[in-house]
Design a protein. Structure first.
Length: 304
């Protein structure tokens, strides 16, 4: 056996099946003109009649929209503090810390520098949430449980960083195993230029042919209605599963919350009373300021 020179050419045998679609393409193109006429013939034949359900649904929609506007229209002001923010945490590099008492002092300082124009109207209350931990994995898990229900950008960044740092600490003791080089792998046929062009052409042809399958617009409308009903059932199931997961939840010792106010000296009230100690060396916090209506959703979410 000798080495044969390589000649790049179109794979005629492998793509011979594509020529079998030409006849179907011609027939499909012939049906394009009559499709519009068939659809026009259905005009005025099909109407919807919601009956008494329409009025009841409209009333329920108005109540729901009013409730959403009342909650979302009075969103409280929010600030997030984590050990990885400049001027908040202590330490350098990967070793960043923020104990619970120092976190509360930073929160009180943030209450003092809040712009009066940014304060919501009405009596002022402050809702503070603390995430207490002593280890990186404990810190990431506590943030992850809160972010699963109410994700905040700074908390998500802190969670990712804590997980990566914990993974880095664990992998320090692992001995890497070198694999054989060069490795065996699957042939990347998907990156072949010929196959890309053939796939695009084939996809376009198949999509056009499938659009002219033997079907009725009324059947399509019935399928669409069934699909919408299935989507609604799936959304209801997801909401029910979420409610069930929170039904028997137990108190989380790594998360603490407190509501203070109303008053003008929220800083003093925040630092008053019993506080978590310095044994919690890795902490983060969320501080919300607003009226009771604006804070009610988060207050109920955290079971306060």
């Amino acid at each position: 056996m000798s080495w044969a020179p390589v000649t790049m050419r179109w794979p005629e045998k492998s793509t011979a099946w594509m020529s079998g679609l030409d006849e179907a393409k011609v027939l499909a193109n012939g049906e394009m003109a009559s499709s519009a006429e068939r659809l026009k013939g259905l005009e005025g034949l099909v109407t919807t009649n919601p009956g008494p359900v329409g009025a009841a649904a409209k009333q329920g929609v108005e109540i729901g929209r009013e409730a959403l506007a009342r909650q979302l229209g009075q969103a409280p002001s929010c600030v997030v503090l984590t050990p990885y923010q400049s001027g908040i945490g202590q330490g350098t590099g990967y070793s960043r810390f923020l104990s619970a008492p120092n976190l509360l002092e930073q929160m009180a300082r943030k209450l003092g520098d809040m712009d009066p124009a940014a304060r919501p109207a009405g009596e002022q209350y402050a809702l503070s949430i603390l995430f207490l931990s002593t280890r990186l994995d404990q810190f990431a898990d506590a943030l992850g449980r809160f972010n699963a229900l109410m994700p905040m950008r700074e908390l998500e960044r802190a969670e990712r960083r804590a997980r990566y740092l914990h993974k880095l600490e664990e992998e320090k003791t692992e001995i890497p195993v070198a694999s054989t080089t060069p490795p065996w792998q699957a042939l990347p046929l998907a990156s072949c230029t010929l196959l890309k062009a053939a796939k695009q052409s084939m996809s376009g042809q198949l999509s056009m042919l499938e659009s002219y399958a033997d079907s009725s617009p009324l059947d399509e409308l019935a399928k669409l209605s069934a699909q919408k009903a299935a989507q609604q059932l799936d959304r209801d199931r997801q909401l029910a599963d979420l409610k069930a997961s929170l039904m028997n939840s137990v108190p989380d010792t790594n998360m603490r919350a407190r509501l203070i106010g109303p008053g003008t000296d929220l800083q003093r009230e925040l630092l008053a009373g019993e506080q978590p100690g310095h044994e919690w060396v890795l902490c983060a916090g969320v501080l919300l300021v607003g009226n009771l209506d604006g804070l009610s959703f988060v207050q109920e979410l955290i079971g306060l």
